[in-house]
Design a binder for this molecule. Structure first.
Ligand code: NAD
Length: 407
């Protein structure tokens, strides 16, 4: 999704909220956009770190390594982080970073070098009180470990709170790895309760079988949901009788793709059009657009990825009566647990897993109920759950801006 697309969504929201020009200007403004060229062994890579709004606290947002990373994409992702942290009531703003690179073409050593060079280029704008990165697509715990190490070497002191999603020994937290999926699972269960639907009678299709997709598949499978389709960048598998997710995870880990599970293959395009109760989008942006929205047959869509449904795509889904549970709510689990990790690092304490699970649950429940209630209250032919989530998030950001005297 492009930032232009976000502007279109904001136009709708600003009418609903009756926002002033000044308020719209604040929401469209970026605090910091930095682009650098990183050089590793004679090759150069474009890289960004962008902070959208930091009125509620330091910027918070992941770092993505992907061949299609662009400034426009990072801006959109930073914008959504501002809304997400606001919706779940965290003391953070929104930011994002990325490197345009295909990590599959690099050796582990080259990935380490690139990660360290990224920090050398951006360390001045990062820090536990400035802007705090985390993992995103094709970055992981180990990369966060290299980044923290490089930052602390440059600063000459420890500051584990400058990055989250790092290895446990460096101040990471045990819950972070599957936190996004746990959050998504909580939201899906709460939503289906409202729809009077039980896990045993719910079919699920999942696009993307990485950190977010694989972990949510495992959780839902254990609860009795029937996962009938999954895919990754190489293709998908469809079995209307239900996929054995434990076996699938083993195959994905051993062979690198879900497609080696059986001969029941399906293309990613067809997977999105399967007859199912829930379609979970856990890969990348722009998967449901005006081109394929008409062919979607799912009843409900859970956006575990950021921006997988475009605004044109959503308009068509809305007309068809398909409810989209928006990304800023559905995938907020990761940043909530990142917040716990950041608090731990700042106070030199380690919360128990149980305590963090409670915080995750409480914040996800609160955000869901507030969003769903506003959605129910305002429901019209065009009012979506995303509209409700955006309104709640934007209100909090604007209150902070007002408290700072900016409005
Ligand atoms: P990941 O790199 O672990 O996994 C991405 C998965 O998507 C891989 O299985 C990949 O093969 C698959 N994929 C890529 N292109 C595809 C395509 N065209 N069709 C089908 N599958 C495709 O990344 P992740 O951390 O799981 O992130 C996935 C999404 O969730 C991203 O949008 C990310 O921003 C979002 N998200 C992740 C977290 C987190 O904590 N991991 C938090 C919030 C949001």
């Amino acid at each position: 999704m492009t930032f232009e697309d976000i502007k279109k969504r904001l136009e709708k929201i600003s009418k609903l909220m009756n926002l002033s020009e000044k308020e719209i200007e604040i929401l469209l403004k970026f605090k910091r956009i930095i682009k650098k060229e990183l050089e590793v062994d004679g090759k150069t890579y474009e890289a960004w770190r962008i902070v959208h709004n930091d009125s509620l606290g330091p910027g918070k947002g992941g770092i993505r390594f992907h061949p299609k990373v662009s400034e426009d994409e990072i801006k959109s992702l930073a914008f959504w982080m501002s809304l997400k942290t606001s919706l779940v009531e965290l003391p953070f703003g929104g930011s994002k970073g990325g490197i345009r690179v295909d990590p599959k073409e690099l050796t582990e050593k080259e990935i380490e070098k690139l990660s360290r060079i990224y920090i050398r280029n951006f360390h001045e704008v990062l820090g536990q009180d400035k802007d705090i990165p985390a993992p995103d697509v094709y970055t992981n715990q180990q990369i966060m470990g290299f980044m923290l190490d490089e930052f602390e070497k440059m600063e000459g002191r420890h500051e584990p709170g400058m990055i989250t999603g790092k290895p446990f020994e460096l101040g990471g937290c045990l819950l972070r790895e599957d936190a996004t999926s746990r959050g998504g699972e909580i939201i899906l269960n709460l939503f289906l309760e409202r729809m009077n639907k039980k896990p045993e009678e719910t079919r699920v299709v999942i696009q993307g079988f990485g950190n977010a997709g694989m972990n949510v598949a495992k959780m839902l499978y254990e609860q009795g949901y029937s996962i009938i389709g999954v895919s990754d960048s190489k293709g998908g598998i469809y079995d209307e009788e239900g996929i054995d997710i434990e076996k699938m995870i083993k195959i994905k880990k051993e062979k690198g793709s879900v497609i080696y599970y059986s001969n029941a293959k399906i293309s990613n395009k067809d997977l999105l059009e399967l007859e199912t109760d829930v379609l979970i989008l856990a890969a990348l942006e722009n998967q449901i657009t005006e081109k394929n929205a008409n062919d979607v047959k799912a009843k409900y869509i859970l956006e575990l990825a950021n921006g997988p449904v475009t605004s044109e795509g959503e308009e068509i889904l809305q007309k068809k009566g398909i409810i989209v549970i928006p990304d800023i709510l559905a995938n907020a689990g990761g940043v909530i647990v990142s917040y716990c990790e950041w608090v731990n690092n700042r106070v030199g304490h380690i919360f128990s897993k149980k305590f963090m699970e409670e915080i995750l649950k409480e914040k996800m429940h609160k955000a869901f109920h507030k969003t769903y209630e506003l959605y129910e209250e305002q429901k019209t032919e065009t009012f979506t759950m995303r509209d409700a989530a955006y309104i709640i998030a934007i209100k909090r950001i604007l209150k902070a801006e007002k408290a700072r005297g900016n409005i």
